[in-house]
Design a protein around this ligand. Structure first.
Ligand code: GLC
Length: 548
């Protein structure tokens, strides 16, 4: 295993293997100044909550100056804080307050594009000979009539926008307000590296690299093949196969250079890539030869289309086998996809499902990434009509796809008018159920989703089998997904009944009377249970332990 050295010079195992990250969608987490928008000081004020919950890493979504067309993923200055989120001093305070609580801080970096209002783009569009012209992707079309090729934006419509001033088209994989940077220009890469350095010096522990799959485009601009009919994925709706503007091999060359650069500045810094891939081989590609990403996001669990043990088992095993010894990441939720409590339907069983999936997330081998509100079983709540939509993509594709607002509702802290999120008017309406489903209610309830997450996070921390142990699938019969985690003499088995019905199961190769409940959604801890003769309640999640 590769080892790195901590800043004190002590050898430190790769710290992120022991981490549980919590994604904070900053607009929606905690407002501190009554403007209805979450901010950095809001996050700082909730660090005690997060430490008590048991997470030891946070990922902050973009807080940089931005017109907020894509809610911060359209950056106008990479090395500053938008006044709506606070100041650089607030950021520094947040980082040191987090560190004091043993919480690492990862930030989002958007390498693929900037905002159209970024000074680089303002300069680029001012004339064909401007200093930053070649920082973006400009091409001739057929005058103003036809774009250079047939590429579509992932957010709908052509991926090219005609710019009258200079009479050329610029390329944008996302909104037209998010022009793509030209990664074939070394000046772009160097400037982005300087940005990483800027934040490393301010004490961040790593980066989530946004949308890296789309850094490069085919220089010949070959047309993409259209799909016979629109394809709906967990992140949106697509009308063509992005063959020539996504997943180009040059992406990996760039990631290797970024890794080398970051490593040389701070050997402990963590790099995570956001790249949706189709095969495990592609996922493995993002680790490189241990010289690209430490933790490519693994979205295969989030992409399982229904609550089905065979599908989850396959998603887990494919990654386990395909990744070899590499360390996986574990993701069920983020700010771009419907929440897992009700994603598979069965909203009436949302809490039971939330608890079951919590076990999956927190007991598989890998580094889990939670998403704010997951720990109270927040539901997806899509806008009821197009005029309620805040996320532009939800307006574009309405009603086929209602955008991402549904998973971005303000955090429900209490049952008050602003849900404890704000004393102002929330930028996005609160969840309808925030008066009952909130942190304050669940704190006092030992049977709540929150209590369950907290218990699991604490169990995980104390168990080498859960944090470092081997993974092994256990045959269990239909309806149940079961596996073992083993480290030294510590052995755990986990059984998940994904059906809304009681079921009997015999876990392959494990039986006997020396197994005890470590945690269960339905039984008391310590209770003896024979894994060879299980009777599981509907949606029961069971962790058994044996020390020998
Ligand atoms: C990533 C972000 C998403 C954003 C897109 C464009 O996928 O997670 O929220 O819209 O990149 O920056």
């Amino acid at each position: 295993m590769q080892r790195s050295r901590s800043t004190e010079g002590r050898p430190a195992a790769e710290w992120w293997r022991q981490a549980v990250f919590y994604e904070i969608y900053i607009r929606s987490f905690q407002d501190s100044n009554d403007d209805g928008i979450g901010d950095l000081n809001g996050v700082t004020s909730r660090l005690d909550y997060l430490a008590d919950l048991g997470v030891n890493g946070i990922w902050l979504t973009p807080f940089y100056p931005s017109p907020q067309v894509d809610f911060g993923y359209d950056i106008a200055d990479h090395e500053a804080v938008d006044p709506m989120f606070g100041t650089l001093a607030d950021f520094d305070r947040l980082v040191s307050a987090a560190r004091a609580r043993g919480i690492r801080v990862i930030i989002d970096v958007v390498l693929n594009h900037t905002s159209e209002s970024h000074p680089w783009f303002q300069d680029a569009r001012s004339s064909r000979s401007s200093a930053h012209r070649n920082w973006y992707v400009w091409r001739d079309g057929e005058g103003a009539k036809r774009p250079p090729n047939n590429w579509e934006s992932a957010f709908g419509g052509p991926a090219w926008t005609y710019d009258r001033v200079t009479g050329q088209w610029y390329y944008h994989f996302f909104y037209s307000e998010q022009p793509d940077l030209n990664w074939r220009n070394p000046a772009v890469e160097q400037r982005m590296m300087a940005t990483l350095q800027f934040w490393l010096k301010r004490g961040v522990d790593g980066f989530r690299l946004d949308a890296v799959n789309t850094l490069f485009e085919d220089p010949e601009l070959r047309d993409n093949p259209p799909l016979p009919e629109p394809r709906r994925t967990i992140t949106g709706v697509y009308t063509q196969e992005f063959v020539h503007n996504r997943r180009l091999p040059e992406v990996h060359d760039a990631l290797r250079r970024l890794r080398a650069f970051v490593q040389q500045s701070n050997r402990d810094a963590l790099l995570i890539s956001e790249a949706y891939v189709e095969t495990v081989a592609d996922l493995v590609g993002f680790y490189g030869d241990d010289n690209e990403m430490h933790l490519p996001f693994n979205f295969f669990l989030a992409e399982v289309p229904k609550l089905d043990p065979t599908l989850f088992r396959r998603a887990v095993e494919d990654v386990e086998q395909g990744c070899g010894g590499r360390w996986p990441s574990l993701v069920l939720n983020n700010h771009d996809i419907a929440r897992s409590s009700d994603r598979h339907g069965q909203a009436q069983n949302g809490d039971a499902i939330a608890k079951l999936l919590a076990v999956l997330l927190l007991t598989l081998r890998g580094t889990p990434f939670m998403y704010y509100g997951e720990e109270i079983g927040m539901r997806t709540e899509h806008p009821a009509s197009p005029d309620e939509v805040r996320d532009p993509v939800g307006k574009i594709f309405w009603p086929v796809y209602k955008g991402r607002d549904g998973a971005r509702r303000p955090m429900s802290w209490d049952g008050g008018t602003g849900a404890g999120f704000t004393r102002g008017t929330p930028w996005l309406a609160l969840s309808r159920d925030s008066t009952q489903r909130n942190v304050r209610e669940q704190r006092g309830d030992a049977a709540s989703v929150l209590a369950w997450y907290r218990a699991l996070l604490h169990l995980r921390r104390g168990s080498a089998a859960l944090t470092e142990g081997r993974y092994r699938t256990l045959g269990a019969g239909p309806g149940v997904f079961a596996y073992a985690r083993e480290h030294g003499t510590e052995r755990l088995v986990i059984a998940l009944n994904m059906a809304d019905a009681r079921c009997d199961a015999a876990l392959e190769g494990v039986s006997g009377s020396d197994w005890r409940v470590m945690a269960s959604t339905h039984r008391a801890s310590g209770e003896p249970v024979d894994p060879g003769r299980l009777r599981l309640a509907a949606f029961e999640a069971l962790l058994l332990t044996r020390r020998d």
